[in-house]
Unconditional design. Structure first.
Length: 85
């Protein structure tokens, strides 16, 4: 399992556009990807689950990848988040 922590810097938080783009990025990899905010864990390939977390500017989230290509997925998702949020 690979994981990393990310703090959202987008003034609008994690709204529909970046959530949809994240789901597309997650689906490129065969591993299981989980997004964690506080004590809530959701499948990062489900846009409405991500939106349900209500992630705002300044919130810290953790991304967990587990399975085939987990290391590649973690690197790509961290780069994606830095570029888009």
């Amino acid at each position: 399992m690979k994981s990393f922590v990310f703090t959202v810097t987008d003034p609008e938080g994690f709204h529909a556009r970046p959530a949809g783009l994240l789901v597309k990025e997650v689906k490129k990899y065969p591993c299981t990807t989980t997004l964690v905010k506080g004590d809530k864990h959701v499948n990062a390939s489900k846009m409405f689950a991500i939106m349900g977390l209500g992630i705002k500017n300044g919130d810290t989230i953790t991304i967990l990848t587990e399975g085939e290509q987990e290391a590649e997925a973690a690197v790509a998702l961290e780069a994606f988040l830095k570029e888009n949020l």
